[in-house]
Design a protein around this ligand. Structure first.
Ligand SMILES: Nc1nc2c([nH]c(=O)n2[C@H]2C[C@H](O)[C@@H](COP(=O)(O)OP(=O)(O)OP(=O)(O)O)O2)c(=O)[nH]1
Length: 134
């Protein structure tokens, strides 16, 4: 049976309504695909606590976690990922790519131009739809 993991991802937005997108490095699983920075939820943590910890580890900054965007159940060839995404904003520090190949701020309407990890596509679609309906 495939292993299932619970993962959180941060939709970090700035005052220009750009989203901080992170490129997975060639050495990671799902190499060279864009994702929302974050990672696996540890047993003792709430999703919000995991997200704050992961962002500190991966980007070296502190975030405030806001509302949930989407919960996605995605089956990859060797693993099942339950991805929870939350909106977030940076409250301390400047993001640096400690583990990712690249970070970039992308306007919401251009998010579809990136090559996303498949589990992230529903969240991208919600962000795009919200932008269009505003
Ligand atoms: N952090 C994050 N992971 C995602 C996203 N979308 C997606 O499918 N994933 C997958 C990639 C990984 O298999 C898993 C996240 O675990 P992780 O971030 O702790 O994994 P990792 O790359 O450090 O470790 P590994 O899986 O390479 O062993 O979820 C996303 O938007 N953010």
């Amino acid at each position: 049976m495939k292993k299932a993991i619970r993962v959180v991802g941060a939709v970090i937005m700035n005052e220009k309504e750009e989203v901080l997108c992170a490129l997975r490095s060639p050495e990671m699983t799902l190499p060279n695909l864009w994702e929302f920075p974050g990672g696996k939820i540890e047993k003792s943590e709430t999703p919000e606590e995991s997200l704050i910890r992961e962002i500190k580890e991966e980007l070296g900054c502190t975030i405030q976690v806001k509302e949930k965007v989407k919960e996605v159940h995605h089956e990859y060839p060797s693993i099942i990922v339950n991805l929870l995404t939350y909106k977030a904003k940076i409250i301390d520090g400047k993001p640096k790519a400690k583990e990712h190949a690249e970070l970039k701020w992308v306007p919401i309407q251009e998010l579809y131009t990136l090559d996303w990890a498949p589990a992230d596509v529903p969240t991208v679609n919600i962000l795009l739809a919200d932008k269009i309906n505003k």
